[in-house]
Design a protein around this ligand. Structure first.
Ligand code: F6P
Length: 329
């Protein structure tokens, strides 16, 4: 714990890992809440790589004007290999100390938090994490910043694919992001009324998939849409298509990979509000003397989770939703 209030005079903020819509809104909230408490904010560009290379710029409230509605991150992001080395982290810590920075706010996902946790352990840097990833795979928060936007982007795409699938009486395999997590796949499959969702969290048996699809197509359905998480054990939509197209030749199986379209775009109102709350919360908890923690919103209230806990567990899917998807298909 820091000594409350008196100790925090200067903070740094960065975005790291896969960008997510709403990161800018979080940066804005950190900068403006800090300014309201007379704290100096150093923006760090290009994530941990910028921390190592000394890419700092002092940000005032006007530096974050007109960004709340923008996707991507004005601070840029990177997956820094150098920060994975002891030497890299030592350089990053030295830069923070040299600038007299009391705490570092990191906005990102589990990789970002793992890095912050190690930096804090090795060099005694105070850190606070703000969960931002389209994957929604972080414990200690009901939703991560960017998830809602990605969900809406993918659902809109699925609706469009459904139109053409129906017109041609085709089968579409739609791949959504999620290397290790099936949150996007599960909820888009419900929102888009998909026949099936293949999730990394569940074992996928190809012959069961074929039987299920055949049964559905023998009933009333003339077209079908399967949502495949990129990390599903089938190896993704292209591989799955290779595996099943011979059995469904009459449905002219097609693949659509939504890819990085899910990462971009203007954040939804819900993501902007979440990011604003979490950005302000990060400054608040620092002023209260907390460090090595992540801020989240659970049941509409602020929740603080130790960083080491946040990176140690995988968030589980809501299995009532998995059942619901099966019931309604
Ligand atoms: O972590 C977010 C995410 O979008 C994952 O869903 C995806 O697997 C990964 O990032 C892709 O990362 P990159 O853009 O570095 O290829």
């Amino acid at each position: 714990m820091l000594d409350p209030i008196t100790e925090v005079k200067s903070i740094a903020v960065l975005t790291s890992g896969g960008d997510s819509p709403g990161m800018n809104a979080a940066v804005r909230a950190v900068v403006r809440s800090a300014a309201a408490n007379s704290i100096t904010v150093h923006a760090v560009f290009r994530g941990y790589q910028g921390l190592i290379d000394g890419e700092f710029k002092e940000f005032k409230t006007y530096d974050v004007s007109n960004i709340i509605q923008r996707g991507g991150t004005i601070l840029k992001s990177a997956r820094s290999k150098e920060f994975r080395t002891e030497e890299g982290r030592a350089k990053a810590a030295a830069n923070l100390k040299e600038k007299g920075i009391d705490a570092l706010v990191v906005i990102g996902g589990d990789g970002t938090f793992t890095g912050a946790n190690i930096l804090s352990k090795e060099h005694g840097i105070n850190v606070v994490g703000i969960p931002a990833t389209i994957d929604n795979d972080i414990i200690g928060t009901d939703e991560t910043i960017g998830y809602d936007t990605a969900l809406n982007t993918a659902t809109e795409a699925i609706d469009k694919i459904r139109d053409t699938a129906d017109a041609h009486e085709r089968m579409f395999l739609v791949e959504v992001m999620g290397r290790d997590a099936g949150f996007i796949a599960l909820e888009t499959s419900i929102a888009g009324g998909a026949e099936l969702a293949l999730l990394p969290e569940e074992l996928t048996n190809i012959s069961e998939v074929k039987t299920l699809l055949k049964n559905m197509l023998q009933e009333q359905k003339r077209s079908s849409l399967v949502v495949v998480a990129e990390g599903d054990e089938t190896g993704g939509a292209l591989k799955l298509a290779e595996n099943i197209k011979g059995d469904f030749a009459q449905y002219d199986v097609r693949v659509c990979i939504l890819g990085h379209t899910q990462r971009g775009g203007s954040p939804t109102a819900r993501d902007r509000v979440l990011a604003s709350r979490l950005g302000a919360a990060a400054v608040k908890v620092l002023l209260e003397g907390h460090s090595e923690i992540m801020v989240g919103i659970v049941n509409n209230s602020l929740k603080i989770t130790p960083m080491r806990v946040a990176v140690s567990k995988k968030k589980n899917l809501d299995y009532t939703l998995v059942q619901l998807a099966k019931l309604l298909r």
